[in-house]
Design a protein around this ligand. Structure first.
Ligand SMILES: NC(=O)c1ccc(NCc2ccccc2N2CCOCC2)nc1
Length: 245
């Protein structure tokens, strides 16, 4: 998977590539990650990347030529990569979209600044418009980092145990069960007995139960469009009885 980020602030990504799972994925060539400075493709003495909006109004708009030239330059080297524009107007990112993006040959992220990018770029150079949520950021860079982070961990071989990504709560559309580690008693509070039992069947059952109930209580919307199997239904009924009693 090749990640290329088009931005006027490439230095924002230097620390981003240098830590944790992303650094390990780069070091082990599971991903390649680089930035391209849009400013390098801007003409003129000042390499201007923005200009005043037609129709007037406050703020500036990203000029189409530097964006077009930088996207073309990357597409020439990676013709199979998808171009993604991070924008508040995009489809809202989630684990399902992360899984789809992880199947791509490569991803080219276009990070807008100022008031946004010239519409002619969106029409002719962008494959996917993605938003990381319904809020406004000063630029697309942080949104690109969120997507790169979520996609990288789904690439085979990136996470430790093969099943760690598959076992993700969101891979079953459930919230994660509670996690515990040593000490066994922390400030007077014990770890649930079942987790100390070594009975893996019981522990798996407890974890599914916790994920289900936690999802039911915190994010019932996730259960709305998710088929619940008989075992899960029994768990929900059992708990609902307890809750109602
Ligand atoms: N939710 C998100 O994924 C998200 C992504 C980007 C982003 N900003 C960069 C941007 C990119 C494209 C168009 C407009 C803008 N904006 C520039 C600043 O002004 C508002 C519009 N904000 C939020």
């Amino acid at each position: 998977m090749n990640f290329v980020v088009l931005t006027i602030f490439p230095e924002m990504f230097i620390p981003f590539w240098e830590h944790g799972i992303i650094k390990r994925a780069v070091d082990r060539s599971k991903i390649s990650a680089s930035t391209v400075n849009i400013r390098d493709f801007a003409e003129g003495r000042h390499h201007t990347t923005d200009d005043r909006p037609y129709g007037g109004g406050c703020g500036m708009v990203m000029k189409p030529e530097p964006l077009a030239a930088s996207i073309r330059a990357v597409k020439k080297k990676q013709p199979c990569s998808r171009t993604v524009l991070l924008t508040p107007q995009g489809r809202v990112f989630n684990q399902k979209i992360a899984r789809t993006l992880a199947l791509s040959e490569g991803l080219i992220f276009v990070c807008g600044r100022y008031e946004g990018v010239d519409e002619r770029i969106c029409d002719s150079f962008i494959d996917d418009e993605i938003s990381i949520g319904d809020y406004v950021l000063t630029g697309g860079e942080v949104a690109a980092m969120v997507i790169i982070d979520a996609v990288t961990r789904l690439i085979p071989g990136v996470l430790g145990g093969a099943d760690s990504a598959e076992k993700d709560s969101f891979s079953e559309d459930l919230l994660e069960h509670a996690h515990y580690t040593r000490p066994r008693t922390f400030e007077g509070t014990e770890v649930p007995e079942v987790l100390l039992s070594g009975n893996h069947k019981e522990i798996e059952k407890w974890r599914l139960e916790m994920s289900l109930i936690r999802t039911f209580l915190k994010r019932p919307d996730l259960l709305k469009n998710r088929p619940v199997n008989t075992q899960e239904m029994e768990i929900l009924e059992k708990w609902c009885l307890d809750i109602r009693k």
